[in-house]
Design a binder for this molecule. Sequence first.
Ligand code: TRP
Ligand code: SF4
Length: 343
Amino acid sequence: MKEKKPVVLSGMRPTGKLHIGHLEGVLNEWVELQKSHECNFFVADYHAITTNQDTREIKQDTFDMVKDWVAYGIDPEKSNIFVQSMVPQHSNLHLIFSMLVNLGRLERLPTFNEYLKEIVQVDEKDVKRVDEEKRAKVSYGFLGYPILQAADILAYKTDVVPVGEDQLPHIEFTREIARKFNGLYGELFPLPEAKLGHAPRILGTDGRKMSKSYDNEISPLDDLGALQTKTKKMVSDSTRKSLSEPGHPYECSVFDLQEVYDLEGSKQVYSDCTTAKLGCGDCKGLLPQKIFEKYGEFREKRESLRDQDILEVLVEGSLKSQRITGETLSQVKELMLMDYIRK
Ligand code: TRP
Ligand code: SF4
């Protein structure tokens, strides 16, 4: 008998067109996993509205993002691609799991506290004020979103969840919910494992994290001119004062890109930089052509994809997801003795 492949699930919020950091980090990992695992990749649109309730662009952002997935090599023939909100079983499981979690546990999750720090700007020692602000600004849905994530994962009886480091507490939390359910009602859920990728470090042109909100992105759709402008303004080794001084490639985000786009050539760059033979301007000048060429095939494929093609992929995927998660939900209800209508 053919051995069952381990199940993978991962999701991204619908951010619209992706930048090169997404492609070289997350998507490389997904494309690789597709070869050996049963993969489910989804658009986490309900997760997106936990922090931003403006939904006017959400559909277009979804199409734009999934076009990038497919053009980059996430193959709808191999992987199940769907939208979270099109699979109501996720929400149903979220509701059930929300009864198994206490408030204190949710409030202690580091992701929750990180976010609080961003939106509640009061002295942390003033505990009462912080508490009031928190209650005023944080929605019920936001507090509970790790439960929705647990539902996303467990609905597919997922074995492996590729995520970034910041998401590790959520996977641990998901395992707790699985154990709790299994203990209360009977063994159903395998305990998922997190899988950390080896994403290369790709910073924005200003040296901060690459992000749309900082306007520092490099896009795989950029033309040569745009790439020249953007690489030119990149922050390099900030301790290097002049060409005659040696530079420090490992503290330089231009060098990070040299390694990604031409690993072989980056060895020469390394030695020329550290011996002060190469200036930063010339070094940056090597990049645009290499970046542009790497995404030639991607751009072509992406150009050929219409919103309608993506919609078809998402409808088919969401139907498949409804079958998989519908089965899980039936088992959940049976174990809970809440299967009113028995098959
Ligand atoms: N929480 C993740 C994020 O904000 C996205 C996400 C939602 C996810 N559900 C998931 C990732 C399940 C992995 C598995 O980026
Ligand atoms: Fe960075 Fe290149 Fe300048 Fe060296 S020469 S510091 S690698 S930009």
